[in-house]
Design a binder for this molecule. Structure first.
Ligand code: ZN
Ligand code: ZN
Length: 291
């Protein structure tokens, strides 16, 4: 059976002058067509993940094309809408690194999924993940370096401290490619010349190479929590009710016996082997925070 909902992720860096006008057009289109998702607009471009019926998503892509020119969209499917609401927001950056001199312009040192895969097979390279710990904990490329950052804005500081060999080829990746656009320029700023990024990110790679060199599942920022190797909604992870990270530990709530899924970290704390914050708080003596 064909899944009734299409999810599409896209971004493009391009100078936008009339941000307010674009905001109104995108906001209205989504509202009128019953779409859900989040779109960010800034003077540097557009970034978003949205969902709707396949017919609506086709029209949405035509609108993106009309407003922003050619724009690559990465699709996946689900059997229901994966966002609660529809929101188009104006921000300072479409992906925040807070380095005003880091400004992507056009395609720069991209490797297609095929080139990326071939390079990993043939060459001795450094593979660098630019995502956060709650993402890398559930899936990474083989042999990837994990900066263990909690927020992308920590990436420039990580590079300063990491002292990676400058003569070696460095291959960087993230979920859909947008973070690497800025991460790569930041690396160049810090003197790295041989840096490349995976075009379209893990989502584009999995489309071409399921069960290839990416291991585990890919965290996504919507109700699916993650997508598996076939880009289908995760059957394994759900968000831990206590910390919000992906979890796959099944427990019966120690207070109300409800079956629930929490994360491995929270499992360490007695009061967090509960189905909800409410049950946890009922177990805890006042003013003692556990996790
Ligand atoms: Zn947790
Ligand atoms: Zn409970």
């Amino acid at each position: 059976m064909e899944a009734p909902i299409l999810i599409t992720a896209f971004y493009k860096f391009l100078p936008l002058a009339a941000v307010e006008e674009l905001h109104a057009k995108l906001q209205d289109f989504g509202t009128e067509h019953g779409m859900r998702g989040l779109v960010l607009l800034a003077e540097e471009g557009v970034n978003g993940t949205v969902c709707g019926t396949p017919e609506v998503i086709t029209e949405w892509k035509a609108l993106l094309h009309e407003l922003f020119g050619a724009i690559e969209c990465k699709d996946s499917t689900a059997d229901r809408l994966v966002f609660k609401r529809w929101s188009v927001q104006i921000r300072d950056e479409i992906v925040a690194i807070k380095q005003p001199d880091v400004q992507p312009r056009g395609v720069h040192k991209h490797l297609t999924p095929e080139e990326w895969h071939a390079t990993l097979e043939k060459e001795d390279v450094i593979v660098l993940d630019t995502r956060n710990t709650y993402e890398t904990d559930i899936g990474v490329f083989e042999k990837a370096m994990d900066p263990r950052i909690k927020n992308f804005q920590e990436f420039p500081e990580y590079v300063k401290k990491a002292n990676l060999p400058k003569e070696k080829k460095i291959l960087m990746y993230c979920t859909g490619g947008i973070r690497c656009e800025k991460a790569l320029l930041e690396m160049e700023k810090q003197g790295y010349e041989h840096v490349y990024q995976l075009q379209g990110g893990i989502l584009a790679y999995l489309e071409k190479f399921p069960h290839g060199k990416f291991q585990g599942e890919c965290f996504v920022f919507d109700h699916r929590v993650a997508v598996n190797q076939e880009l289908k909604p995760s059957a394994r992870y759900s968000l831990c009710p206590h910390c919000g990270d992906p979890g796959d530990v099944h427990v019966a709530c120690v207070r109300c016996a409800t079956e629930c899924v929490i994360c491995a970290r929270c499992q360490q704390h007695d009061a967090c082997r509960t189905c909800s914050k409410e049950c946890k708080n009922k177990l805890l003596p006042k003013r003692i925070a556990v996790c």
